[in-house]
Every structure is written in C-alpha cells, then in structure tokens.
Ligand binder design. Structure first.
Ligand SMILES: Nc1nc2c(c(=O)[nH]1)N[C@H]1C(S)=C(S)[C@@H](COP(=O)(O)O)O[C@H]1N2
Ligand SMILES: [Mo]
Length: 203
C-alpha cells in the first residue's frame, strides 16, 4: 500500500531546499542550538578576559577585551557541524579573524592549539585557521555570546567538526609539532573534516 497519496509532495521549510548538498554525510539538521560541554560553564567577565597568541619560541602577544574589540571585526555566517550528528545552517557571528590576530606574529609553526578557561584544548594544523577560515567570536545572532556557548569569546572553525571551536577560549599556541587536544587524545579524529566523516580516530 502506498504511504503517500498521488500528488503529495513533501515540502521543505524555506531555505532548506539545498540541504542535500549542504549537509555533510551522517548529519541531521537542527533549528535549535544544543549545548555540549565536557565540564561546568566557567563565568568570565570581559574585563578580566584577554586573548594571547604564543609563538613556537614562547613570544606572546596579548589583547585585552577592549583591545580585542577595537580590532577589525568580521561577521561570518556559516554552517556548523557537531560530531554527535547535529548540523545548524546559517549561524551568524561577530568576531576577529585569526588572520588579523596572527598578522604581526613571527612564526614558522605548522600547528596550533587553542586553550580555554577550564583546561579544554583542541589542536589544528595552522593552515586550517588562516586565509579566512577561523575566527574568535564574541557575538551570536547579534547578542553577546551566552556563557553556555562559550562567552565571552570562543573559537569558530566552521569547516571542521564543532569540537575544534573552543569555548571560553583564552589563547592559541603555535607549535612546530602537532599536540593533540582534549577530545583528540580521547579518541576523536585528529583532523575532524565533516565532509570526510573524520569523527573518530579508529574509524
Ligand atoms: N572549552 C570547551 N570548548 C568546547 C567544548 C568543551 O567541552 N569545552 N565542547 C566542544 C564540542 S564537543 C562542541 S560540539 C562545541 C559545542 O558548542 P555549543 O555548546 O555552543 O553547541 O563546543 C566545543 N568546544
Ligand atoms: Mo561535539
């Protein structure tokens, strides 16, 4: 027996017509914004927040909240993909490009590790966060980023699974060698490309 009567066409909500091309394999779309945190939510006030880039020789460059907010701001609108299989289309953010933050940093490093208040870390090859591919963001949907989602500021590397986007970020270390982070040492894939389903190290 046919489950659909003749002439019935499933209608997709506006804007989802190309979900097939836009949705990486094994993912489903959500309109919500799930919270995934490995520990408690740290409460950090902007006045005591700073961001530090440390190069492979230990040289540090830091911005206070005000200095960070005075840097050129960008407003990326991007799709995000969590390894637990939810994806969210068209999320809009405001923040500073890693290109801007790395502009005056002297480095021959090939790798980077983001580190967060609370001890979370995540590693990426440096080329994954340059050329307009990554930001430190402080605003989501026009509002200051909620603490649950990483406020006052988090990493945003949308072309990799969302665990690479460190919440409550406080800095990035540049290294001449790879140094797997929190989930990467716990069995997640070292790279995490959602289009190649790089979910787990053993898969
Ligand atoms: N500091 C920190 N950053 C983190 C995490 C975390 O536990 N701690 N979880 C990661 C994971 S697994 C995901 S899917 C996203 C979730 O972000 P959200 O809670 O804003 O959806 O943050 C990533 N960044
Ligand atoms: Mo995740």
């Amino acid at each position: 027996m046919a489950l659909l009567s003749p002439g019935f066409h499933r209608r997709r909500p506006e804007g989802e017509a190309d979900a097939g091309d836009r949705l990486p394999p094994g993912q489903y779309l959500t309109d919500g914004f799930p919270v995934l945190s490995a520990g408690p939510t740290p409460r950090i006030i902007p006045a005591s927040w700073s961001f530090t880039v440390e190069n492979e020789n230990g040289q540090k460059t830091s911005w206070s909240w005000q200095e960070f907010m005075d840097l050129p701001q960008e407003t990326p609108t991007v799709d995000i993909h969590c390894v637990t299989r939810w994806s969210k289309f068209g999320t809009s953010w405001q923040g500073v490009s890693l290109d801007t933050l790395l502009e005056n940093v002297e480095t021959d490093a090939g790798y980077a590790v983001f580190h967060s208040h609370g001890g979370y870390t995540t590693n990426v090859p440096l080329e994954e966060i340059t050329d307009g591919k990554a930001w430190i963001v402080h605003t989501f949907d026009g509002e200051p980023l909620d603490p649950e989602h990483g406020g006052p500021a988090r990493g945003l590397i949308p072309h990799l699974y969302f665990w690479k986007s460190a919440k409550w970020v406080q800095g990035v270390r540049l290294l001449d060698h790879d140094d797997p982070g929190f989930w990467e040492t716990a069995g997640y894939h070292n790279h995490g490309d959602p289009w190649r389903e790089e979910r787990y190290a053993w898969a």
